[in-house]
Design a protein around this ligand. Structure first.
Ligand SMILES: N[C@@H](CCC(=O)N[C@@H](CS)C(=O)NCC(=O)O)C(=O)O
Length: 205
């Protein structure tokens, strides 16, 4: 059901949009990709997402949905093949809890680390690393957070890890050790393409 009339408004390097692309790919949903210039926003974007004016926006049967986590849940509820969120309510709550942590803590610390220097950068790297260690506890003994298969949390967290790698990875890979989560995602054939072209984004030193 529903594989028709799906459009994704995205910006090629958006880590949030990458979550949606991954989810659609896992579900086998065909969609039309519409590239948005977030530095010169189109009327289409402003019409579809007048509140946040951000990508990604998923448009299904002419109805727009914004915010990557909300889009992920919509996709999961609409296309049942390959469930993303766990069936068990407690596991589902945990997946949402960790996804929110990533967004609030790791994501923010990562951006600060990549865009600052000196003490501020050090502090942000420390915070990102502590968060990574906590999250890595959650994947111990499993291939993915979702168990044997990539699930909601892998998609939520993977984008931060892969983006970190794309930008040089210094904030997320402070000990030069492989990041378990991202390497699991990277090793999967379906996800072997990083969300950005590493040659076009100079690593921050
Ligand atoms: N919370 C949003 C964040 C989306 C977001 O920040 N998108 C960026 C592109 S990576 C954007 O559209 N930025 C335009 C702007 O900030 O004006 C989500 O999860 O979808």
């Amino acid at each position: 059901m529903g594989s028709e009339d799906v459009k994704l408004l995205n910006f090629w390097v958006s880590p949030f949009g990458k979550r949606v692309e991954w989810a659609l790919k896992l579900k086998g949903v065909e969609y039309e990709y519409i590239e948005e210039d977030i530095f010169n926003k189109s009327n289409l974007l402003l019409e579809l997402n007048p509140v946040h004016k951000k990508v990604p926006v998923l448009v299904h049967a002419q109805k727009p949905i914004a915010e990557s986590f909300i889009i992920l849940e919509y996709i999961d509820e609409t296309w049942k093949k390959y469930p993303l969120l766990p069936h068990n309510p407690y596991q589902r709550a945990l997946a949402r809890f960790w996804a929110t942590c990533v967004e609030q803590k790791l994501g923010k610390a990562g951006w600060v680390a990549m865009s600052t220097s000196g003490d501020e950068q050090e502090e942000a790297m420390k915070e990102a690393k502590e968060m990574m260690e906590k999250i890595e506890e959650e994947i111990k003994g499993k291939n993915f957070f979702g168990g044997d298969n990539i699930g909601y949390l892998d998609i939520a967290i993977g984008m931060d890890c892969l983006l970190g790698s794309c930008l040089g990875g210094s904030w997320i890979n402070a000990d030069n050790r492989p990041i378990e989560i991202s390497s699991h995602l990277c090793m999967d054939d379906q996800f072997s393409q990083p969300p950005c072209d590493q040659r076009q984004l100079a690593p921050k030193r």
